[in-house]
Ligand binder design. Structure first.
Ligand code: C2E
Ligand code: CA
Ligand code: CA
Length: 637
């Protein structure tokens, strides 16, 4: 039976846009499914959305053809009705998937309300689909106007509208929790859909909805799901971004994984770029060859592979290490970090903190265990303790007086930092200073200590009772930035402190590491009247050159060093000789950690200028220190 020629042309006109859309979806599918992909929730949802869009377009075209056949040709209307229903059910499915795609990763899954929202939206969807299947549907075709209507269709429109609006609302409500490009892509996608539906409603000849959803897929693909976004351009391995998304995804769904990380350390200083690139490429190829598990390049010279099974991870790791050991042409060393179970860490943040902390390890092979995690947590809580103390002004400075042997009074003191807990307990610096030096928190902490000392000196009370100088500890890291002398001078000026009241205690380590910067800054400060002491003498790298040429006023014998004086005859000889030499160089000696009368006597006889130790006083708070001075410096005033 032949169709009239005009009618045939109308059918062609009506499915033109859908055919274009099919072509687009086909192209995206080819690109998307060909590329290497990570097993991510969003990816899976996008895959579902592409499939739903594809099926929807097929049924769209089928339904148009069949409606025309039924209306003009007497084809069984029941079958046509079923095809129409499938089409609108798939349309609603697309809306639903868009909503799930938008809300995944945004709603906190553990919250009750999020669970309720999830269950409710699933129920609405299933009920809607059942209703569409059961309720009657009608259709009509007249020229280019072809559509279905009736209760079933109304449910489809209502459901789609609910999902489109919910998606838009979710996107807007959570805009701050997503990257800008995701926000734009989601709004564009849903906005286009809405616009197409409105146009199609007003001008029923233009069947735009199918085309709009295919176009939406293009936007999503380009903006969010383009696999090359996640691929390292040099090696083709996945990137750090990809790892971050992957790890977040795994934790969100409570899935455990194992991970193996390898870092290459080049053993020659002048590795040329081509050699390095060749090594990187070779590593990448070896990792890809090892198996189907995703491999990532998370830094120039750091790679990792994620496994579902810990035994396989151990097996592969051993194999990789063996292969690495066989490479002889490029002098390089590998360090390996193995994480058998990701659920050891309580979430992605801790996972990455763990990774970054331990990647720098000196050990060749590290296997993550409870102990390492305990350390990490302790360090993190100390880090938070410091931040909190700085924020809430619970950094305190205690003072420990030095006894001036010649003047028989206490005219100097060392400022020693403490953190006071909310319950009044005191945390000693040994707990937090080493970590603060590593994290850089020593900079704000050092400034705070300096401010407190200046404030203490500014009221003049300590001076009134005979105090002539306060020693403040300065870490190597505090001499690391551009203008370290700056903060000292700034505060001295701000509080109008006589610079002669300030003595900075530096360590040999600082003097060795940043000798140039250190000397430059010391010069600037000495010009203004500030003096220096060399702390912890006898513990560090005691290279004669470093103290001989440092412009310091005092040398502080570390208490481990002075202790040895009493137990080791040879050290006794060294110390006695050293005191003599230092005096000839016009330096004063401070003996630290003196606890008994006998020790005091020995130091005194040796000609040490200052004695610091529990024998006289422990480090004490400001008020107590003032009382101490008042009490003990009476004769000297
Ligand atoms: P340090 O500079 O060697 O300070 C001397 C330490 O020896 C102080 O410990 C002091 O309380 C302790 N000490 C003094 N006399 C005796 C004694 O007779 N017996 C014993 N057993 N110990 C004695 P503290 O206050 O715990 O400070 C530990 C370290 O923390 C300091 O060692 C210093 O390196 C660092 N530190 C303290 N405050 C600061 C600060 O404001 N900035 C920096 N960068 N480091 C600081
Ligand atoms: Ca000190
Ligand atoms: Ca010391």
């Amino acid at each position: 039976m032949a169709w009239p020629s005009k009618y045939q042309r109308d059918i062609e006109m009506n499915i033109e846009l859908q055919c274009c859309a099919l072509f687009i979806i086909f192209t995206i599918s080819v690109m998307f499914f060909r590329e290497k992909r990570l097993d991510l929730m969003n990816r899976k949802l996008f895959q579902c959305a592409v499939c739903a869009c594809f099926a929807c377009l097929i049924f769209d075209i089928l339904s148009i053809i069949m409606i025309n056949k039924s209306v003009h040709d007497g084809f069984n209307p029941f079958i046509t009705g079923i095809v129409c229903k499938f089409y609108i059910m798939l349309l609603a499915l697309q809306g639903y998937l868009a909503y799930v795609y938008a809300s995944t990763g945004l709603f906190p899954l553990e919250k009750t309300w999020a669970k309720t929202v999830k269950i409710t939206s699933n129920i609405i969807f299933i009920l809607g689909e059942i209703l569409m299947l059961l309720l009657p549907i009608f259709f009509t075709a007249s020229g280019r106007v072809v559509y279905s209507y009736g209760p079933s269709t109304i449910v489809a429109y209502a459901l789609s509208a609910i999902y489109i609006l919910s998606t838009i609302a979710t996107t807007i409500a959570y805009r701050l929790k997503m990257p800008g490009r995701r926000f734009t892509a989601m709004l564009l996608w849903q906005g286009l859909w809405l616009l197409a539906a409105v146009i199609q409603f007003i001008v029923p000849e233009i069947l735009l909805v199918g085309f709009a959803s295919a176009f939406g897929m293009v936007i999503l693909y380009i903006q969010l799901e383009n696999p090359s976004e996640y691929l390292d351009s040099t090696t083709g391995l996945f990137t750090t971004n990809a790892l971050s998304t992957y790890v977040h995804d795994k934790y969100r769904f409570g899935k455990s994984f194992s991970m193996f990380t390898a870092k290459i350390h080049y053993l020659t200083n002048n590795v040329d770029y081509n050699m390095e690139q060749a090594a990187v490429m070779r590593t990448a190829r070896a990792l890809v060859r090892l198996g189907p598990e995703p491999a990532f390049r998370i830094d120039d010279d750091t790679f990792c592979v994620v496994y579902e099974d810990r035994n396989r991870m151990f097996d592969r790791a051993a194999y990789i290490k063996m292969q690495k050991d066989n490479v002889t042409d490029l002098p390089a060393k590998g360090t390996y970090l193995l994480i058998p179970d990701s659920l050891l860490m309580n979430g992605p943040d801790e996972f990455f903190r763990f990774l970054h902390t331990n990647l720098e390890s000196e050990k060749e092979v590290l296997v993550a265990d409870e102990e390492m995690l305990k350390n990490l947590r302790e360090q993190n809580s100390i880090k938070e303790l410091i931040d909190e103390a700085l924020r809430t002004d619970r950094v305190e400075v205690f003072y420990q007086p030095f006894y001036n042997v010649k003047k028989a009074c206490f005219d100097e003191a060392e400022a020693l930092v403490r953190i006071r807990l909310e319950n009044g307990e005191i945390v000693p610096p040994g707990v937090f200073i080493p970590l603060a030096e590593e994290t850089g928190q020593i900079i704000p902490l050092g400034i705070r200590v300096f401010e407190k000392v200046c404030l203490f000196l500014a009221n003049g009370e300590a001076e009134k009772y005979g105090l002539e100088q306060i020693e403040i500890n300065v870490s190597a890291a505090q001499f690391d930035n551009e203008n370290p002398a700056g903060f000292v001078l700034k505060h001295i000026e701000k509080y109008r402190i006589n610079p002669r009241l300030i003595n900075l205690e530096i360590t040999e380590t600082a003097a060795v590491e940043n000798r140039g910067i250190m000397l430059q800054n010391m010069g600037k400060l000495i010009e203004r009247g500030v003096t220096f002491s060399l702390d912890d003498f006898g513990t560090g790298r005691s290279n004669i050159d470093y103290f001989v040429n440092l412009p310091v006023k005092n040398i502080k014998f570390d208490y481990t060093f002075t202790r040895e004086f009493f137990s080791n005859e040879r050290i006794k000889l060294v110390i006695t000789g050293l005191v003599d030499i230092l005096h000839k160089m016009n330096m004063c000696v401070v003996a630290e950690g003196i606890e008994t009368k006998e020790q005091v006597e020995v130091m005194r006889n040796m000609g040490v200028e200052f004695i610091q130790g529990y024998y006289y006083s422990k480090p004490i708070p400001e008020a107590e220190f003032i009382s101490f001075l008042k009490e003990n410096n009476r004769g000297a005033q």
